[in-house]
Design a protein around this ligand. Structure first.
Ligand code: NAI
Length: 694
């Protein structure tokens, strides 16, 4: 687990765990033992800590965390954290200079170990991540991170990193003072570390000294008071108190920096224990770490099919979605072709990728060679002939089934005989699109989310005739482009669009019931949704929702006049000419040039509002969440979703369903099954069967 090498009067200590370097009771124990041996050996004058694995140290072992969350009480969690604190403190105050030679990612507990050293050298490589991202999983640092980082770089920059959970690349980490020196190549790492030791540095950190003062001002300096009053307000504005981990992290910094360092570490461990005991930490770790990683292992992949042989990808349509999908494919190393009917669109698509690569280059997220390679993987064309031999074609033309049918006919002769054809449609049933192609077994839905270059989810939709081979290739493709795939069976709106639609509709209903628009938007965010339903309708475009409704009516031969989209669509699209953000007019007004959008003032004329007592707020909040959970349960019962993990992960990564609850199904556990059922029944009795849970 730990390898020790003597190098003259210095010792090199390497982490090398069988799979990945993590902190758990055994590994911390081994590290402690090795450390003690070095600290008590008079011939050792300094220590270099590094790793033989790809990563430096990935942080706490999630299984250990999970066990603590499931079975331990706050006292036991405190003790577990304190064990780690003690070892790090021993390293820091053992009297021998120690340097962290960061050869790979150092996240969470990994970076906390580096912080307890007296110097940090890192390899400047884009794939290396450094930071304390615990709050993004509903957790907080428990190995000294909240105490050492602000003491090292100042309260303000430390709080930004801690509360946003930012993962920095080595250049950013260096600029912000998280590492002292960068080296170009990994074989220079040990040499640079030894060079520092040769300079005979002191084996101590400044905050252990009696005359230490915090960079940027103490907690109760004028600057400090300002920082905390603003940060607490911002955190509240962003999280509505739904994330105890972030709040506890802020408390640990505030309280811990007013007392001696050792006491600060104890305060951190106490808040860490409180955080891990919360239902939110359990929910987020379950879904965003364990569930997400499970999906990355491709559990739905048919086992007996050879890995996908995809090298050339063609995207039909270089619009908003197509250009971003192309960027992602080129970044993954595929030869990527974008085909459109408009030269102007192709030029915009080219600019889009060019600008993104340029930005990544400036931020040193890509090396110049990688940037060059990525751009040279991209090709733009007006001719189908150029797509010849494509192993995967992804169609992203307008949402019009007739247009889609005709582009399929045109492209099919150019697809490799084993290749697959996918549609990025957000609503049209895949089996119905496959019908006209004549290659239904090789047809599948690959539903990306906007903005596709950033959104991590890929919803894969199996048509009724889609073959296992096509599914296997699609899953391999998802993995290669770095997306988390969920697999669903075909239906109108699949899983994501269908559930997300219920959220927007609930907002429409509230508006029609006289709930003021601003209250709707605020309560939705308080419920944990990233964007209010009216703002979201504008983003997606009201006219698109209305078109889809009418298309559904035509396809099914029914009238859907009781769907709120019918009323809202007619009013906003046909009568008011306010179809959404694309037209700079929808529920919101979009003033030009950097000013913030605001709700259209005349909304009140069309939707006279009533006074809503504050006692009704929690009911409105619940309506937003319960309507989505009830719909998800129906989708699961209909067999469209095959696993609840897909639903939990998909709902958070796809449209941002209240992450602190762990997703649409975990919501039930988070609430408590009995409370959930009673509340759902109450809402169903009062508002109708959309809340019904069987
Ligand atoms: P868009 O309107 O931005 O782009 C469509 C593009 O298709 C245009 O550039 C157009 O020139 C091109 N096109 C039209 N006929 C063509 C042909 N015969 N051959 C090649 N290109 C042709 O539309 P957007 O938003 O990119 O949507 C595309 C598809 O992606 C739709 O099916 C939509 O439902 C789906 N989608 C959209 C999402 C969104 O947030 N906008 C999210 C997920 C899926």
């Amino acid at each position: 687990m730990i390898e020790l090498i003597k190098e003259g009067e210095y010792a090199l200590l390497f982490w090398k765990m069988p799979r990945v370097n993590v902190l758990n009771p055994e590994s911390v124990g081994s590290f402690h033992e090795a450390l003690e041996a070095l600290l008590t050996d008079d011939t050792v004058k300094g220590i270099v800590i590094s790793s033989r694995n790809k990563e430096f140290l990935a942080g706490a072992d999630i299984q250990t965390l999970q066990q603590l969350m499931e079975s331990a009480d706050e006292r036991q969690i405190y003790e577990a954290s304190w064990q780690v604190q003690k070892v790090f403190l021993r390293l820091e105050s053992g009297g021998k200079p120690a340097v962290a030679a960061i050869n790979g990612s150092a996240l969470g507990g990994g970076y906390e170990l580096a912080l307890a050293c007296h110097y940090r050298v890192a390899v400047a490589a884009p794939q290396i991540e450094i930071g304390l991202p615990e709050t993004t999983l509903g957790l907080m640092p428990g190995g000294g991170g909240t105490q050492r980082l602000p003491r090292k770089i100042g309260i303000m920059p430390a709080l930004e990193l801690l509360l946003e959970g930012r993962r920095l690349n080595p250049w950013e980490a260096h600029k912000l003072g998280l590492v002292e020196v960068l080296v170009e190549k990994s074989d220079e790492l040990i040499e640079a570390s030894l060079r520092w030791l040769h300079s005979k540095p002191r084996g101590s950190n400044p905050w252990l000294e009696p005359d230490y003062s915090l960079p940027g001002g103490e907690v109760h300096s004028q600057a400090g008071r300002q920082i905390f009053s603003v940060t607490i307000a911002r955190l509240r504005e962003k999280t509505y108190g739904n994330y105890p981990g972030a709040y506890h992290c802020l408390c640990a910094v505030y309280e811990g920096l007013q007392v001696p360092f050792l006491e600060g570490l104890r305060i951190e461990s106490r808040y860490f224990a409180k955080t891990l005991s919360s239902r939110t930490a359990r929910a987020m770790v379950n879904t965003l770490f364990i569930g997400r990683n499970k999906l990355l292992e491709l559990p739905h992949r048919p086992a007996d099919i050879a890995p996908a042989a995809i090298s050339k990808v063609a995207i039909l349509g270089g619009g908003m979605m197509g250009r971003a999908i192309a960027y992602v494919c080129a970044a993954a190393g595929y030869e990527t072709w974008v085909k459109d009917i408009s030269e102007t669109v192709l030029e915009q698509a080219r600019r889009f990728s060019h600008d993104l690569v340029e930005k990544a280059l400036q931020r040193q997220r890509l090396s110049p060679q990688q940037a060059h390679q990525q751009l040279s993987n991209l090709h733009y064309t007006l001719k189908y002939e150029d797509l010849s031999g494509a192993d995967l074609v992804i169609e992203a033309v307008f949402e019009d089934r007739h247009l889609k049918a005709s582009v399929y006919q045109e492209v099919i002769p150019f697809i490799h005989p084993e290749g697959i054809l996918a549609s990025n449609t957000s609503t049209l049933p895949i089996s119905s699109l496959a019908e006209s192609t004549g290659i239904a077994p090789r047809f599948i839905g690959l539903h990306f989310f906007s903005p596709a270059e950033r959104m991590p989810l890929l919803e894969i939709i199996m048509g009724k005739d889609t073959s296992p081979h096509t599914l296997a290739w699609s899953l391999d493709f998802a993995k290669k482009i770095g997306k988390v795939p969920i697999v669903v069976r075909d239906s109108r709106g699949f899983f994501t669009s269908r559930v997300f639609g219920t959220y927007v509709r609930e907002g429409f209903r509230m508006l029609m019931e006289g709930v003021p628009a601003a209250l709707i938007e605020n309560l939705a965010r308080q419920a944990g949704m990233p964007v209010g339903p009216l703002a979201l309708a504008d983003e997606v475009s009201i006219s698109l929702m209305y078109d889809i409704l009418r298309q559904t009516e035509a396809d099914l031969g029914v009238s859907l006049s009781d769907d709120p989209v019918s009323y809202i669509g007619k009013l906003f699209v046909e009568e008011l000419g306010r179809p959404g953000k694309k037209a700079q007019a929808g529920f919101y007004e979009y003033p030009s040039q950097g000013q913030r959008k605001y709700l259209w003032p005349r909304l009140k004329e069309y939707f006279p509002s009533r006074t809503v007592p504050t006692s009704e707020y929690s009911e409105l909040i619940d309506r937003f969440l319960y309507v989505q959970v009830a719909e998800s349960l129906r989708i699961y019962q209909e067999g469209i979703l095959q696993s609840k993990t897909d639903g939990n992960v998909g709902s958070i990564l796809g449209w941002g369903f209240a992450p602190f609850t762990g997703g649409v199904f975990h919501f039930i556990e988070w609430t408590g099954e009995k409370t959930f059922r009673e509340r759902a029944k109450f809402l169903a009795d009062k508002y109708g069967p959309r809340f019904l849970v069987v």
